[in-house]
Design a protein around this ligand. Sequence first.
Ligand SMILES: Nc1nc2c(c(=O)[nH]1)N[C@H]1C(S)=C(S)[C@@H](COP(=O)(O)OP(=O)(O)OC[C@H]3O[C@@H](n4cnc5c(=O)[nH]c(N)nc54)[C@H](O)[C@@H]3O)O[C@H]1N2
Ligand SMILES: Nc1nc2c(c(=O)[nH]1)N[C@H]1C(S)=C(S)[C@@H](COP(=O)(O)OP(=O)(O)OC[C@H]3O[C@@H](n4cnc5c(=O)[nH]c(N)nc54)[C@H](O)[C@@H]3O)O[C@H]1N2
Ligand SMILES: [Mo]
Length: 756
Amino acid sequence: MKGDFHPYTGPAGGWGSVKSLAVHSGREVNTLSAGITLMHQNKRHGYACPSCAWAKPARPHVFEYCENGAKATIWELTHDRATPEFFAGHTLRELEAWDDHRLEAVGRLTHPLRYDATTDRYLPVVWGDAFAEIGGRLHGFGANSAIFYMSGRASLETAYMYQLLARLYGTNNLPDSSNMCHETTSVALPQSIGVPVGTVTLDDFQHADAIFFFGQNVGSNSPRMLHDLQDARRRGVPIVTFNPLRERGLEVFKNPQSPREMLSGEQTSISTQYHQVKAGGDSAAIIGMCKALLAWDDEAGSARVLDWGFIHEHTHGFDEFAGAVRASDWATLERRSGLTRNAMEAAAHIYRRADAVIGIYGMGLTQHVKGVETVRLLVNLMLLRGNIGRPGAGICPVRGHSNVQGQRTVGISEKPKLVPLDRLAEQYQFGPPREEGLNTVTGCEAMLAGRINAFVGLGGNFIRAVPERDAMEAAWRRLPLSVQVATKLNRSHVVHGETAFLLPCLGRTERDVQASGLQSVSMEDSTGCIHASTGRREPASRHLLSEPAIVAGIAKATLPRNPRVDWDSWVADYARVRDAIGATYPNIFHAMNRRMWEPGGFHRPLAARHRKWNTDTGRANFVTPQPIDREVAAPSDVVQLMTLRSNDQFNTTVYGYDDRFRGIHGTRMVVLMHPNDMARFGLKERDMVALSSAVEDGRRRMVSGLMVVPYDIPEGNVGGYYPECNALIPLAHHAAGSHTPAAKAVPVRILPSYSA
Ligand SMILES: Nc1nc2c(c(=O)[nH]1)N[C@H]1C(S)=C(S)[C@@H](COP(=O)(O)OP(=O)(O)OC[C@H]3O[C@@H](n4cnc5c(=O)[nH]c(N)nc54)[C@H](O)[C@@H]3O)O[C@H]1N2
Ligand SMILES: Nc1nc2c(c(=O)[nH]1)N[C@H]1C(S)=C(S)[C@@H](COP(=O)(O)OP(=O)(O)OC[C@H]3O[C@@H](n4cnc5c(=O)[nH]c(N)nc54)[C@H](O)[C@@H]3O)O[C@H]1N2
Ligand SMILES: [Mo]
C-alpha cells in the first residue's frame, strides 16, 4: 500500500532540510545556476522570495532563504515546459484525472492558449487576438457579472493596475486569496485597534520578553521566522505555544545555515510551554488566561497585574469583558479548550511576568466560524497589560503569500469602504462603483446561482482553494468565460469555462525588460514593510508577458480610452505606476520609487503602533465574547476535521508526497486520528476510510481513500490535507463577519472507504 509513517524525531531545519532541498534541485534544475539565483533571494537588489510573507531583514544573511522558499524558487526555475506540443497530446478530459502535483510538474507554461471545444484541447493563440476576444466578451457582460480574482503573489504595481481595471470596468468584485486566509484579521484588527494589519516589526522580536504562538506552523510555513525565534530563545525569552498538533518547528530548530549547529548536536528548543488545545478551543484558552490574570490582579493589592493606566487611558469595553470572563467557569473552559486550568494558569503566569509580549497567530485562529472573535480575544489579552504600541510588544498575524497584505493596501478589496474611491475618482476622472463587491464565498454563491459570466484569475488556483469543490467545479464549467493568468498548469485551468484562456506570465525571479529597461516591482511583507524585487533570470519562454503587461492588454481591449490612464506608459516604466500609487495613497507610498530601495524597505505608518486608535470609539476596543457554555455540542459520531498543509506544498502547489516533520511519507491521502478515537470507531492503523460531511443541507460531500494514521492529536479532532479535503467544506461554513472558510474545524463523519 502507498504511504508510510514514522514519527520524526529530528529538529526543524537541520540536515533534513538540506537533503530535501538537494532532492528538489537535482530534479528540477541545474544545481549551480539555482544556487546562484538563490543567493539573490531577499537581497536589496535581488528578488523577494516567492513563497511566504515573512519580513526580510535589512542586513540579510548570505543565504537569506529557507528550505521552503528555495523549493518555491526552484519550482519556478524548472527546465520542464508545458508547451503547445504537450497540450496537443492531451485532451482536458484526460488532464482532469491528473492530481495537483502532476499538473504543475509538467513545467512552466510557454504560450498563450485558448480552449478549443472541438478537440477538447488548449491551442496556442496570439496575444493580440486573446486580448481582443477577452475584451470583446467582457464588454458585452454586465460589470457585476464578472469577477476579478487575485492570488497573493503578484506585485503592488500589478495589483494597483488590476483593481483599477476592475473599477473602470464597473465592479468591486475583487476577491482575493486573503478572503480565505487573513480576512478574519482584516475584519478583527480594525474593530479592536483601528489598523488592518499586524503591529509588530522585526525589531520588536529583539525586545520581546515573551512570545505567544497560536495556530501557526512556523517550521513549514514561514521558516525564516525561526531565526527570530531562535534569537529570542537565546536571550531566554519564553515561547508559549497553542496548537492541537505538536508541530516540529515549534518544538526544536537546528539552523541549516549555521555550520556550528550543523556539525554539533546543538539545537534550540523553541516552545517553553506547549498546549495541545482542541481545534477551535483557543477562545476558551485565552479567556482562561484572562480569568487567571483578573483573579491575580484582584489579589495583588498595590502591585497590580493589569496595566490600569493603559486600560483607563486607551481602551473601551474593559468592564463588560471582565464581567464575562469572571462569569465563565473553569469546568466549561477546560472542556472547550481541552486544556487543564493548571495549563491555562501556567501560560498566564508567563504572560504576567513579561514586560513586552508578542502575540503571533495564523490559520489556526482565522479559519474558524468564531475566528474574528478569537483574534479579538487575543488582542484583549494583549491589551490587559498594554502590549500594543510599545517596543517589543504587539500583535503579529503571519500572512501567507508574499504580497497578500500589500495587495489589499493598494485596493484589491471587494469592500468599497477600504478603498479611497473618491481619490481614484478624482485621479482618473470616472465614477467608481460604490456597492460592495463579491468576496470569495459570495463569489462562489453567485457562480452556483449562475449569475457570473466571467472569471478572470490573476494567479492562484481558485477552484482548488475554495470549499464545496464538487458543486463549484460544476458551476465553473458553466462560466461563459474563464481567463487565467498563471505560471504553471493547475486544476482551475483544466476545469474551465465555455470559452477559456490560459495566459502565461513571467515569474518573480525572471528578467522583466520593458521600453525603459529592466523593471523592478515591490511588495509588502507581514510586518508592513515595503521593498523592491528584481528578477534576473532568463524568462522561461520568449512568449511570456509580464503581469502588468497582461493587465494592461486586457484593460486596453476592454475599456473605452481614458486620457488619464496611459496603460502603455505604465507598462513601459513601472516607476510611473508607483507614482500613481503614491498619488492615491500619499501617506503610505510617497516617494516610493526611492524608499523601496532602502535596506530592508520602508515601513508603512501604523497608528496603533503609536497608540492612536482609529476605531469607532477612538480607543482600543475590548470585545465581549459570546457565552461559550451555550454552544451546542456535536453528536458523538461527528469529529472536527482540521485541513492542514504539509511541509512539501505551497497551498495547492504540491511539491511532493512527504510531510517530513509529521513523519508521513509517500501519500497525502491520510486522516490523522487519536488512538482512542480509532478504538472508539473500531479502526486500525492503515485502515482505509472515507470522510463525509456532517452538515445536513441536502448536499452530499465525501472524500474517500484515506488511510488512518494514529497521531498525537486531541480526541474528537482529525487531520487531513488541504486541498484534497476541500470537497468536505460546505460553502456556508465560514467565519462570522469575515467569510473566511472555516477550514480548521469541519464537522465530518468517518465511514468505511468505498474505494482505496
Ligand atoms: N511551505 C509553505 N509555506 C506557506 C504556505 C504553504 O502552503 N507552504 N502557505 C502560505 C499561506 S497562503 C499561508 S496563509 C500561511 C499559512 O500558514 P499557517 O498559518 O501556519 O497555516 P496552516 O498550516 O494551515 O495551519 C497552521 C497551524 O494551525 C494549527 N491549528 C489547526 N487548528 C487549530 C486551532 O483550532 N487552534 C490552534 N491554536 N491551532 C490550530 C495546525 O495544527 C497548524 O500547525 O503559510 C504560507 N506559507
Ligand atoms: N481547506 C483549506 N482550504 C484552503 C486553505 C486551508 O488551509 N484549508 N488555505 C486557504 C489559503 S490561506 C489560501 S491563501 C488559498 C490559496 O489560494 P490561491 O492563492 O488561489 O492558490 P495557490 O495554490 O497559492 O496558487 C497556485 C498557482 O498560482 C500560480 N502562480 C504561481 N506563481 C505565480 C506568479 O508569479 N504569477 C501568476 N500569475 N501565477 C502564479 C500557479 O499557476 C500555481 O498553480 O487557499 C485557501 N484554501
Ligand atoms: Mo493564505
